[in-house]
Design a binder for this molecule. Structure first.
Ligand code: H79
Length: 433
């Protein structure tokens, strides 16, 4: 057979990435002044708002319901093991108390460092903390543009003769990254967003930046959006630790030019916006999210699932509802996610496989008509159990299947699958192949 059922799926990763490829499921948090207009985090650019147009949101930002312990509780209950929150998004507003700018939460009615509270609250419940930092900045006077069309400065007559000194912006950006890495203890992930056109790599003085970061926090996990060659087996120091597909799950696992698997993490919104959008109720169902997470793991990746808290500081209740349902499933089935990766077995007709060492997890979505076929596994299964409650599942090759002697089969006694979203059967495989 071309496929070997018994395989250790976790390919070796650098030691500082072991936790990252183990935990698999994180919470992305997009929060900032844009929660007030509530039309998504791109509102300033898309609607060509000037600094003056945007300023009222700064003056009124007062999230009286902000209690990151509640957010951490929701993340924990959903089975999320890490989080990444916007310390600064493209609008340049800082949720942290940076000494390098006045454009920060401390100077709004909020009056305090909201990133510190997030970090404390999530650490408190054992969730790893990451920070999103936009390298694009629509507020800084020495950040030139984003493309030729999108950035408000460029479209604004008043700025047509504008001159800038990009090095001053880079000093600012490097300085803020240093602040974030020195002021809050160990940060697990630094999530930069993003390079474009020729604004990539050394335009950000990325080698120097990453060397500085590693000198402060050698084990920090860094995304790949400072630029660099995503395919090379010997990538630039700033090419990052993982690939970051956005709003898409890759069709198969991600590999470098040598065919070696590369850690990756898809970031996905729960509705159709990252930042809070009051009019957007187009939520993904718990089933979509759960199956999406399983798909990521079955292809060797992570899922970073977004919430966009509102101007008062609350995660929208529709988001909380989905997270709670996902959490119920994770409670019973998380062992098919954490520490798991792809199986060498082909994707089955009825669902997906994930695997950890000799433990193969069959995620059954579609019961089909006959017994469920585990192709090629005849005689290779030591035992099978329903993951969520430990019930014995009999693995057999029924006489009707005499033509398929290499395959193993299971049948559920009830007409329904126990879990209509994803029934997981844990198959302990015999060693060897
Ligand atoms: O922070 C989130 C996005 O704001 C950011 N990355 C994620 C994690 C991002 N910035 N730019 N892009 C993604 C790509 C550009 C997308 C755009 Fe659009 C298409 C900008 C305007 C049209 C997406 C759709 C944002 C607004 C509408």
């Amino acid at each position: 057979m071309s496929t070997s059922p018994v395989s250790a799926p976790a390919s070796a990763v650098a030691p500082h990435l072991e936790w990252f490829v183990h935990e698999r499921f994180g919470m992305f948090i997009h929060w900032g002044l844009y929660a007030i207009p509530a039309r998504g985090e791109w509102v300033r650019s898309l609607e060509k708002l000037t600094k003056d147009d945007y300023q009222p949101f700064f003056e009124e930002f007062n999230p009286i319901k902000y209690d990151p312990r509640q957010w951490a509780k929701a993340a924990k209950a959903a089975g999320m093991k890490y989080a990444v929150m916007t310390a600064k998004h493209h609008d340049g507003f800082c949720l942290f108390d940076s000494k390098l700018t006045d454009y920060k939460a401390t100077n709004t009615p909020a009056g305090r460092d909201l990133i510190r509270e997030y970090i404390d609250a999530f650490r408190e419940v054992g969730i790893r903390v990451g920070l999103y930092y936009s390298i694009i900045d629509w507020h800084h006077e020495h950040y030139p543009h984003y493309g030729d069309k999108i950035h408000p400065m460029r479209d604004n007559e008043a700025f047509k003769d504008y001159t800038y000194d990009f090095n001053q912006y880079l000093e600012y950006m490097h300085g803020q990254v240093r602040e974030l890495l020195t002021g809050y203890g160990p940060i697990d992930i630094m999530w930069f967003d993003f390079s474009y056109d020729d604004m990539t790599g050394e335009k950000w003085r990325a080698t120097e930046l990453v060397q500085m970061m590693r000198s402060i926090q050698p084990n920090i996990v860094i995304d790949n959006r400072l630029g660099g060659d995503g395919k090379s087996a010997n990538p630039e120091i700033y090419a990052g630790d993982f690939k970051s597909p956005e709003q898409i799950l890759p069709p198969e696992g991600v590999v470098n030019e040598e065919g070696k698997p590369v850690p990756w993490e898809s970031c996905i919104t729960l509705n159709d916006h990252w930042g809070y959008c009051s009019g957007d109720n187009n939520y993904k169902s718990p089933k979509t999210v759960i199956r999406g997470l399983v798909e990521c793991v079955s292809k060797g990746g992570n899922l970073l699932l977004n919430v966009g808290p509102n101007a008062l500081g609350e995660i929208p209740s529709l988001s909380l509802d989905v997270l709670a349902e996902v959490g119920k499933w994770m409670d019973g089935n998380g062992r098919s996610i954490y520490g798991c990766g792809p199986s060498k077995l082909e994707k089955p007709e009825w669902g997906r496989y994930t695997q950890r060492g000799n433990m193969l997890y069959a995620h059954i979505y579609d019961r089909g008509m006959g017994p469920i076929n585990f192709r090629g596994l005849s005689g290779k299964v030591k035992r099978a159990r329903l993951l969520c409650d430990g019930t014995e599942i009999k693995v057999e090759t029924p006489w009707m299947a005499w033509e398929y002697a290499e395959d193993a089969f299971i049948s559920f006694s009830s007409a329904e699958l126990p879990d209509s979203i994803d029934t997981v059967v844990e198959l302990e495989l015999l060693d060897g192949d």
